[in-house]
Design a protein around this ligand. Structure first.
Ligand SMILES: NC(=O)c1ccc[n+]([C@@H]2O[C@H](COP(=O)([O-])OP(=O)(O)OC[C@H]3O[C@@H](n4cnc5c(N)ncnc54)[C@H](O)[C@@H]3O)[C@@H](O)[C@H]2O)c1
Length: 454
């Protein structure tokens, strides 16, 4: 009997000891895992409230376990939130770094495009005013590749350094930030005078400055040409014909321009520019060439210049409505920029001194043009007519008999091929501006700036 009681007592003592050991071990493990990352930390957090609320009570009540579980769940969620925010921040930083690498790659090219070697007899020093603009930058490319020394003068009103960045640092290239309204002293053999805003929103933005650029700027250019005996090519425009009553427009047509309309600052500015050129030619024996340029399009044209090509392409790429001003029956003819550049270089090299139309005589109604762009971009954009624009010319088509005869020049690039190039340029530009947009509100501190902060 005695041995049986002893045996039971031994069993009870052993059981109590085991229970105490289990409780001790559980608490020891819980205490040591508080604050550890991941799931282990949760165990630690679970034990906290139980210990606080259930001091001395074991096992914990169901209520306490519920609360602890909820706390653990909340802690887990906030941890995930923090990690997601961290991931997002890292992604944004990565995108910014990628953009910085891209812009570094474009702004500091390791290799320049190949240029021909010309000996000193054939190599010319050529000044291009407005050379950082759309047409000017393509002209720079061609003349550089031919092996000439090219100096660009630009006030960057509508031009961009990026357009000529691939030549920066080249021994044959120089970029000068200068407003052509002010005189310029420089030694050169030829001048292509392109400095002037070309699109209506740009030239109407500051009409007085547009007139000054086309009058005082042209006087400065012609004065320089006179001093150094350089040949000058003036970039005039089909706008000198105004809203033409003759169709297609030959160079002998004097034009139909409203001298006080919204476009007059440009149209009349260019007409004075031509007048000045022939006055300097007659009086000062300056060799002048006058190119009357018709609508030109291509890569590097301004995204928001408000003209029909950029408007339609952007609207189509953004799946917006393609807006046709007026009834869409007004016509335009569009030349690709490389054709224009070929024509300008041929005109400069020629002995022909009268104005020459440079444009593509293939004529399209604006309505047809909208259809072509819609089809090439391939989006769902509807085409809608809207209010006509004041003084918008009804018909525009160059007569290029002179250019064909004297320059042996005519446009080569078909509309569809040129438009595909231009659409692809605009698509890339849109993607680029979207990338910038995404990161536009975020800054990277330089290490120095960070150190200077408290
Ligand atoms: N693109 C066309 O369809 C078209 C048609 C007819 C005539 N043109 C003529 O061709 C020339 C080039 O046109 P674009 O389309 O390349 O235009 P653009 O606006 O891209 O280029 C003009 C350049 O001239 C610069 N500029 C403007 N004012 C200046 C000033 N006061 N001093 C120095 N630089 C100045 C601008 O910053 C810009 O780089 C212009 O003279 C324009 O009138 C162009």
């Amino acid at each position: 009997m005695m041995t049986a009681t002893k045996k039971r007592l031994k069993i009870v003592a052993a059981a109590s000891f085991s229970l105490l050991l289990v409780v001790y071990l559980y608490r020891a493990i819980s205490a040591s895992t508080v604050g550890m990352p991941g799931g282990v930390g949760v165990v630690g957090r679970l034990s906290g409230p139980i210990e606080e609320e259930q001091q001395g009570q074991w096992p914990p009540t169901e209520d306490a376990i519920q609360r602890s579980l909820q706390n653990a769940y909340d802690a887990h969620n906030s941890l995930i939130k923090e990690q997601r925010a961290e991931l997002q921040r890292t992604k944004e930083q990565l995108a910014q770094l990628e953009e910085q690498i891209r812009s570094l790659q474009t702004s500091t090219p390791r290799k320049y495009p190949k240029v021909k070697y010309l000996n000193y007899k054939n190599r010319k020093r050529i000044l291009i005013t407005g050379g950082a603009g759309f047409v000017g930058s393509h002209l720079v490319d061609d003349l550089m590749i031919q092996g000439h020394e090219v100096i660009v003068v630009d006030n960057f009103f509508t031009g961009r350094k990026r357009n000529v960045a691939h030549w920066l640092g080249h021994e044959n290239f120089e970029l000068i930030h200068h407003d052509i309204v002010n005189p310029l002293f420089i030694e050169i053999d030829e001048i292509y005078h392109l400095a002037s805003p070309a699109s209506p929103p740009h030239y109407m933005y500051n009409p007085v400055k547009t007139i000054k650029t086309n009058t005082m700027g042209t006087i400065n250019v012609l004065g320089l040409a006179k001093r150094v005996m350089a040949k000058v090519l003036i970039a005039s425009t089909s706008e000198v014909y105004g809203d033409p009553t003759v169709h297609p427009q030959p160079e002998t047509y004097w034009g139909h321009v409203n001298p006080i309309g919204p476009r007059a600052c440009y149209d009349e500015g260019k007409r004075v520019s031509e007048t000045l050129s022939y006055a300097y030619a007659k009086q000062e024996k300056v060799q002048v060439r006058v190119a009357r340029i018709f609508n030109t399009y291509g890569p590097r044209m301004h995204m928001n210049d408000g003209r029909v090509v950029s408007n339609f392409i952007l609207q189509a790429l953004r799946n917006e409505t393609i807006t046709v001003y007026g009834n869409g029956r007004q016509t335009r003819s569009f030349q690709y920029v490389s054709d224009l550049v070929d024509g300008m270089i041929a005109l400069m090299a020629s002995n022909y001194t009268q104005p020459v139309n440079l444009g593509n005589p293939v004529e399209q109604s604006i309505e047809e043009f909208a259809q072509i762009i819609k089809q090439l971009v391939g989006g769902p954009s509807p085409i809608k007519q809207t209010k006509a624009v004041e003084d918008d010319p009804q018909r525009r088509k160059p007569d290029i008999t002179r250019a064909r005869h004297y320059l042996k020049w005519e446009p080569k690039v078909p509309l569809e091929r040129g438009l595909r190039q231009t659409i692809s340029y605009f698509r890339n530009e849109l993607a680029r501006s979207d990338r910038f947009q995404e990161s536009s509100n975020k800054y990277f501190d330089s290490p120095d700036l960070q150190r200077s902060r408290p």
